[in-house]
Design a protein around this ligand. Structure first.
Ligand code: NAD
Length: 499
């Protein structure tokens, strides 16, 4: 069985630790790799050599930095099938989904190829007499990223390409549940010609993250994961007066207005709620049917009954297994709670079997109706193919529910009314809004703008905000003496040279 290596100062090394985490296949429970919980001195070595690499890299011409990204995006595309196979096998998501995961990632690398424009500062001439002010964006130094299990390709790629093209070095601590995709992405990054030491990959869990959090040379932390861990990392980093951004949990609502056509909404809702086994921070986990639109619910249930999870390489699988046995148990416990609280489990996928994989972490589509906002199944992020349905009378009631929810990652409204859509866009307290688009994840030239309890920090992931997150602005005010030197130095200097 493979022992996952770390990437330290350009070399893939085996940790000397005695402590490992097993990566279990979500299809079979077979142990497919061992992840080291690395030693403090190994992590310190990674940070030290990252800092040395940064000191050279920050002075490397911007076009040279950009060329690394041009090469890297091409390498990811050329190796997409292989990367997607690795990703599917460790994470469980279907092959198409895995390719989507990586595609969303390399789009960020493509965006990083605009570094010369993105790194431009601002200039104002004549801020006072014979005085100009201009600004530069300068890198911070060593930055770190801690990533979750659900997007093993996309989320590391949200972080290190933009940090590095901006002139920083980066320490990546991937999820211990899905380390293999990150390691292959790191290998390809080295192939793209990046100087050694700029990307380091370390492994472990809380103890190793704590070492990163306390390290004086690390200047900024990007985190994506669960709310509790995000709150811990954000508060610890900022307590140490460091910069931090934490993208965390979600409860995303889709509002279905009665003016929308059934066919326009049902397939979108199925994909958004069940796709990737609901293990997406932008998955729709609550559908709010407004007024007469509730007549679509029976059709939705009928269509969901035809959907089945399966192995990553089964072309008929709608989605894969949940990530771990523990996760499946947590979700099943929550479903029990929902039943006890009085919600109606109108579709129960708990006993689903998938041929050939008796030990997979399977959960068929589950739907609760009669869900109330005080229930645990409504309040908590389930992160599984479980949809909660709420019925309301009008858009105002729908908005009240969404705006009172603690999370604010994504939401969508399905309607043909421009006025209704615009009212919703204006009033909703959620950071990413879809109009007739079920999962409104912005492309990388925008930023991923979760709100409320879905994000701790100020500057968001990718887009221009990420460049600002990974840089400091230096503002220069410069005085010159044209008037005073008219008869003096300037002209004498020119005369001297013209002789
Ligand atoms: P997680 O919080 O368990 O783990 C994320 C990372 O934190 C991993 O690298 C893990 O090793 C590390 N970690 C775990 N416990 C820690 C601790 N006590 N101290 C320090 N580090 C620790 O999250 P997960 O289960 O891998 O991912 C699922 C969560 O991620 C969901 O809540 C989902 O909504 C969220 N997520 C959010 C976004 C977003 O953009 N808002 C995107 C993807 C996932």
């Amino acid at each position: 069985m493979e022992t996952i290596k770390a990437l330290i100062n350009g070399n893939f090394i085996e940790s000397q630790t005695k402590q490992f985490v097993e990566v279990l296949s979500p299809l079979t429970q077979e142990c497919i790799a061992k992840v080291p919980c690395m030693l403090e001195e190994e992590i310190n070595e990674a940070v030290k050599s990252a800092n040395e690499a940064y000191l050279q890299w920050k002075n490397t011409p911007i076009m040279a930095r950009t060329r690394v990204m041009l090469k890297y995006q091409a390498l990811i595309k050329d190796n997409l099938e292989e990367l997607a196979t690795i990703l599917s096998m460790e994470q469980g998501k279907t092959f198409d989904d895995a390719k989507g995961d990586l595609t969303r990632g390399y789009e960020v690398v493509e965006f990083a190829c605009s570094a010369p424009t993105l790194m431009m500062g601002e200039t104002v001439e004549n801020v006072a007499k014979e005085m100009n002010t201009f600004s530069y964006k300068q890198p911070l130094g060593v930055c770190a990223g801690i990533t979750p299990f659900n997007f093993p390709g996309m989320i590391p790629l949200w972080m290190f390409p933009l940090a590095i093209v901006a002139g920083n070095a980066f320490i990546l601590k991937p999820s211990e549940m899905v380390p293999k995709t990150a390691m292959r992405l790191a290998e390809l990054f080295l192939e793209s010609g990046v100087p050694k030491g700029l990307l380091q990959v370390v492994h472990g869990q809380k103890e190793q993250v704590d070492i990163l959090l306390e390290h004086p040379l690390i200047k900024a932390y990007s985190f994506v994961g669960s709310p509790k861990v995000g709150a811990y990392i954000y508060s610890k980093a900022t307590h140490n007066l460091k910069r931090a951004q934490a993208l965390v949990g979600a409860k995303n609502h889709m509002v279905i207005m009665p003016d929308i056509n059934e066919t326009q909404v049902i397939n979108a809702l199925i994909g958004a709620s069940m796709g990737a086994a609901g293990q997406r921070c932008m998955a729709i986990s609550v559908a709010i049917f407004v007024g007469d639109s509730k007549k679509y619910i029976p059709r939705l249930i009928e269509k969901l009954k035809a959907i089945k999870p399966g192995a990553w390489n089964d072309p008929n699988a709608a989605y894969g297994p949940l990530i771990t046995r523990a996760s499946l148990k947590r979700v099943k416990d929550l479903i029990e709670t929902g039943i006890k609280e009085g919600a109606n489990l109108i579709l129960d996928g708990r006993n689903i079997q998938v041929e050939g994989y008796p030990d997979g972490n399977w959960l068929g589509p589950c739907v609760f109706t009669q869900v109330k906002t005080h229930m645990e199944i409504y309040k908590r992020e389930i992160f599984a193919p479980v949809l909660c349905i709420i019925e309301v009378n009008n858009i105002y009631e729908a908005l009240e529910i969404i705006n009172q929810n603690e999370f604010g990652n994504g939401t969508s409204i399905f309607t043909n009314s421009l006025s209704c859509a615009n009212y919703f866009i204006k009033e909703v307290t959620v950071g990413q809004v879809g109009v007739n688009v079920p999962i409104p994840v912005p492309l990388p030239f925008f930023s991923f703008t979760g709100w409320k309890g879905s994000f701790y920090g100020d500057l968001h992931a990718y887009g221009k905000q990420a460049i600002n997150f990974y840089t400091e602005t230096k503002t220069v005010t410069q005085k010159y003496f044209l008037e005073a030197n008219k008869e003096g130095i300037v002209f004498n200097f020119q005369e001297n040279h013209s002789k």
